[in-house]
Design a protein around this ligand. Sequence first.
Ligand code: FE
Ligand code: FE
Ligand code: ZN
Length: 306
Amino acid sequence: MLYIGSHTSYLKDKGLLGVVNESISYGANIFMFYTGSNQSTLRFPIDKELTRKAHEKMLEYNLDKTKCIVHAPFIINLANNSSEEKYEFYINFLRQELNRCIELDIRNIVLHPGSYTTLDRETGIKNIANGLNIALKDIEGVNLLLEFMSGKGTEVGTSISDLKGIFDLLDEDIKEKVFVCLDTCHMNDAGIDISKFDEFLDVFDKTIGIDKIKCIHVNDSMNPIGSHKDRHANLGYGTIGFENLINVIYNKRLDDIPKILETPYVTKDDNSKEKVYPPYKYEIEMIRNKKFNENLEENIKNYYLQ
Ligand code: FE
Ligand code: FE
Ligand code: ZN
């Protein structure tokens, strides 16, 4: 079955109910969100009533909570422990986020593995595994998904072998809680040819195990393969192309795996660079129809302007 959704906004006054309403407006049956700012650790308490109403509405509209995703803020960096204090702060903050997932009853969280900065890749891998061993200790019923990264700067998790390196250093009871989130833009930018996605899956299956893939971020890329840039493009408007993305989404081996769009918003008009309109309603439509929409931007503007 196709599980398709997008990045959504979790706002203080609307909570999870806002996320659910936004997703329904896109025709999505799953979603992803940050439980607060994506770039800071500022977090408001979770509103129980809004969460309860959200779950009620999810049942009513057939949104499957087990396929929905929380995204941890970017600033958590488990790869670098050159400041003991910061490293511990990030581990503790991740633990808090895991508990928020339980509170929200959305039990998958995507994490960027981190950047080794002044250290080296091998040390970064060790630090990430160690951080996860601590953060996930005694936390039950939440899956942590390490995101496959584009390799911008000193990012770790930019290859199957990076991820395998992390898994190998996880404690046995922690390993069961850790999974992988692929991202087609990141993979392209890391040097993987998305038109040969099945070859990638073969290697992934032999090295880590295909059952470890728990989510796919479906994005086109603004940059050529191997560019290590990480700039997302709307589906079919980048270097990966619509057909290749459709083949990933409908790949039989990943049938029940949630697919999440994180493509850029559309600008209001040519004079403004402000990106205001979400593309997801129309991108989800393209995906369900398996048909490229060459008037995507125009359709989105017309829809939200009326
Ligand atoms: Fe991400
Ligand atoms: Fe992503
Ligand atoms: Zn990205």
